[in-house]
Write a protein that binds this ligand. Structure first.
Ligand SMILES: [Zn+2]
Ligand SMILES: [Zn+2]
Length: 241
């Protein structure tokens, strides 16, 4: 998933998001905005992310949800530089302001991550940038299924043990539960009964066209279900879901 330039990857992500938006009305709004963001990221210079801030603010004011529109009010290059620093160090990865930091930081982190691996990464963390995974990706093997994670920040893909919770390490079979919905067959939730965290697995075996970080946005109804059951997502996506 990390292969190719961020520009190419973003073009593919945008196209996939628009296609899914036409197919899954329940998540249409979220997917359309995600497509706009992915298209926007194609033009972000990884060496000068702040140069794209004005255009990002314009996009959010035009098409973004109220919470993000409001966050643009006290956002300028200085406050955004701090937000980027706070995101990179995981001091703030959830506020509306952190959205802007993440959108601008991703192209840079993707470029840095290519060909770079930090030895001794923590369990369940990206071996390239150290941030937590966004979403799981399932592929069929000759025997069984392989799980990889897509990093929430640099979008690098890295292997992980199937049936284990990346948040707390739980691996007891009866503590890890899976849920899916008939309308969205290729996405499932993996939830941990021990720490009450969950994430989505996107199956490339069931839909080879899927792009995990995009397809998990289509699974909005599964998120609603999980939150109602008292599970908390491992890492919120760009849309804060
Ligand atoms: Zn990463
Ligand atoms: Zn857990």
């Amino acid at each position: 998933v990390v292969s190719g330039s961020f520009e190419e990857l973003s073009a593919k992500r945008a196209a996939r998001a628009r296609w899914l938006a036409s197919k899954y009305p329940a998540a249409r709004e979220a997917l359309t905005f995600y497509a706009d963001i992915a298209s926007f990221q194609q033009g972000v210079d990884p060496h000068q992310p702040l140069a794209a801030l004005a255009a990002l603010i314009e996009l959010v004011l035009e098409k973004g949800p109220p919470l993000l529109r409001e966050a643009t009010r006290d956002l300028d290059e200085d406050t955004c530089r701090v937000a980027i620093e706070d995101y990179a160090r995981e001091r703030d990865v959830t506020s509306p302001r952190s959205f802007f930091a993440r959108v601008l930081l991703q192209p840079q982190m993707h470029a840095k991550a290519a060909g770079h691996a930090e030895p001794g990464a923590q369990l369940g963390r990206c071996p390239r940038c150290g941030h937590p995974p966004q979403v799981g990706c399932l592929r069929a093997l000759e025997y069984g299924t392989a799980l990889t994670f897509i990093c929430s920040l640099c979008l690098a893909e890295f292997p992980f043990l199937r049936g284990r919770c990346p948040a707390c390490g739980e691996a007891e079979e009866n503590k890890i539960a899976y849920y899916s919905a008939a309308e969205l067959e290729h996405v499932q939730i993996q939830a941990c009964e021990s720490c009450r965290r969950y994430f989505h697995n996107v199956s490339l075996a069931k839909d080879p066209e899927a792009i995990p970080d995009v397809d998990e946005v289509a699974a909005l109804p599964l998120d609603v279900w999980a939150h109602e059951k008292g599970f908390r997502k491992l890492h919120a996506n760009l849309l804060g879901i």
